[in-house]
Write a protein that binds this ligand. Sequence first.
Ligand SMILES: Cc1cc2nc3c(=O)[nH]c(=O)nc-3n(C[C@H](O)[C@H](O)[C@H](O)COP(=O)(O)O)c2cc1C
Length: 366
Amino acid sequence: MTEKLLTPLKLGAIELAHRVVMAPLTRMRAHWRDGAPTELNAEYYAQRATPGGLLIGEASPVSQQATGHPNVPGIHSAAQVAGWKRVTDAVRAKGGHMYLQLWHTGRVAHSSHQWLGKPPVAPSVVQAQGMAMTAFFKRVPYEVPRALRIDEIAGVVADFRQAAVNAMEAGFDGVEIHGANGYLLEQFLYSKTNLRSDAYGGSIANRSRLVLEIADAVAGAVGAERTGIRLSPYGIANDSAEAEPMPLFTHLVGELARRRLAYLHLIEPRASGTGQAEVFRDDQPSTAAIFRPVWPTAIIDAGGFTRANAIEAVADGRADAVAFGRFFISNPDLVRRVAEDLPFTPYQRPTFYGGGAKGYTDYPFV
Ligand SMILES: Cc1cc2nc3c(=O)[nH]c(=O)nc-3n(C[C@H](O)[C@H](O)[C@H](O)COP(=O)(O)O)c2cc1C
């Protein structure tokens, strides 16, 4: 019997041949000088492309101000667009589809990435607990951010809009707004990082305003059927977390649902493996199961998936597609391994971020 995971799915404007998606994965291997993707990046993505499959390109800063890590690929300059074009050409040559994730890191950036060494920006002056990564790959405590003035917010929205236009010029099928994992958009959503008393703070509606304005601007520029969004309700990454996330996300997802975006991408709270260690919390509800009834288009579910529970999540209708993160790092032919029930190669955490081909393009194919 063919598992539903391996059957076609309409995802906004595109038609997928199967539902095994590559999650957005920051690898910090773009050109150090200008954040332009390189030939090596094109080879990495092309290795993971399959006919009719979907790759979501790693989080890409929409501006210099949005940049929070060294050697991440941007989507705000001509060189970056040209670099990404090489990547999308290589993916398309294998019959694959590709979205790009649009990113603003907000308070968890570091001044070494900012023009003139200015402090990172945030909704409010609330310093994150934990470690930033400088432009020279050094881990240092997060800095005290500067609160965005209300007259600067339209500029942030415009940066997302322009980045989406740039992504289409670079050959992507669509863009995913990064509303997850404790970055700027989630900093606006969550009450502990948003202490504003203007139209962007306070009530749930006000805290949701920036995300919705960005969704409208991006969808207005490239089409709702080419716009997805990633959210992580119950998430704790990058010193985030909301004590009572459900009223907030019920409002936000309800508002987003009216916009009929291509998809909603959820990260299950049970898994957050982006940092130094394995994290697995099994005591949390499935957010895909919670939001499936109210979301009108496709749901991509991510976080802690194996072959078995991915098949199950799609079969029981909780998710329309499943995104794999860490196993897509260590298995360039992950789709084949899922289809043929072959073992997965384990991933090597020390080579997740930065470096060259090692731990990037040298993982074995079956
Ligand atoms: C090295 C690494 C980089 C990541 N980069 C991103 C990113 O750029 N954007 C994002 O939304 N999530 C990012 N994540 C989270 C993954 O997309 C995914 O949600 C997480 O790894 C859980 O899925 P998994 O259990 O299949 O790995 C990253 C995770 C890892 C391990």
